[in-house]
Design a protein around this ligand. Sequence first.
Ligand code: HEM
Length: 154
Amino acid sequence: MTLYAFVYSLHLLAALIWVGGMFFAWMILRPAAVSALDAPHRLRLWVAVFPRFFLWVWAAVLMLPVTGVGMLDLRFSGFDSAPRYVNIMMGLYLVMLALFLRIQVLQLPQLQRAVTAEDWPTGGAVLGRIRRLVGINLLIGLLVVAIAGARLSF
Ligand code: HEM
């Protein structure tokens, strides 16, 4: 296995964990929790789910730029000669990072406080805002994978 192939695999695994995790949370766990649990249990479930998932998102958030820049050095000899789809990937990564940080730093602590205080209406409202941001990040992540996979240059 070449060094490039190794770094490339790490990059793909990081993208898979982040985007795949959001896909599972949004498309499977969210509707299942709505149909199986009442509001207090659902909010407690999400307070238990997010910190566990976010540990892996942090790993992906660090791994993607490190491996991405590594590949730029190994294959394209730096940023200047990078193809268009890699520039788009980097730009959309920054958007995904900003949305993730907003959830991690602002919204998750709000959700945790509401659940500790058993303030279910506030908790429901915060969860709704987190759901919207995760949905947007999921769409951007899927778009990045599609653009990268197709090596689009527009
Ligand atoms: C700073 C952030 C990033 C940098 C510098 C970066 C850079 C790169 C580079 C240089 C490649 C190899 C391109 C090639 O071999 O032609 C690549 C491939 C790829 N990247 Fe990224 N990337 C970043 C973020 C992301 C993110 C956030 C995702 C997905 C959520 C992602 C998904 C992919 C995928 C799926 C490929 C494989 C494309 C293919 O060869 O078919 N990357 N990236």
